[in-house]
Write a protein that binds this ligand. Structure first.
Ligand SMILES: [Ca+2]
Length: 140
């Protein structure tokens, strides 16, 4: 990790990225999981661009955050992070909190955004997004 910033002294982890004081420990881990894949500056810019309610667009987001140009292997890694309960699918509740995988302080998606996001990825119509659907949605 080349871009380490000093973390709060009581965290007991020397490789924490730039962090908000309110970050929960598990969210920090998730962020670190993305750290090898995504650039901190891209994450910040992508989140900033969809800060306002109902401004989220998955294509814009995936492109800004740098996932669109990633390898299949990196997309699989990203999928596994977003699939928080490790069910093998990204369900609606995980989509709703999608942005919080990238920053604990990010907002939840609105119901309209969540449904549009699901619809965009769920090509077989089972109500959740599998790893192939996820990759196709990002690349597509
Ligand atoms: Ca899941």
């Amino acid at each position: 990790m080349e871009k380490m910033v000093e973390a709060a002294p009581d965290r007991g982890c020397s490789s924490i990225h730039r962090t908000e004081p309110t970050l929960a420990p598990n969210t920090t881990e998730l962020k670190m999981a993305f750290a090898g894949v995504l650039k901190e500056a891209d994450i910040t810019a992508a989140l900033e661009a969809c800060k306002a309610a109902d401004s989220f667009n998955h294509k814009t987001f995936f492109s800004k955050i740098g996932l669109s140009s990633k390898s299949a292997e990196d997309l699989k890694k990203a999928f596994e992070i977003i699939d928080q309960d490790k069910s093998g699918f990204i369900e609606e509740d995980e989509l709703k909190l999608f942005l919080q995988n990238f920053s604990a302080s990010a907002r939840a998606l609105t119901d309209a955004e969540t449904k549009a996001f699901l619809k965009a990825g769920d090509t077989d119509g089972d109500g959740m997004i599998g790893v192939t659907e996820f990759s196709e949605m990002i690349k597509g």
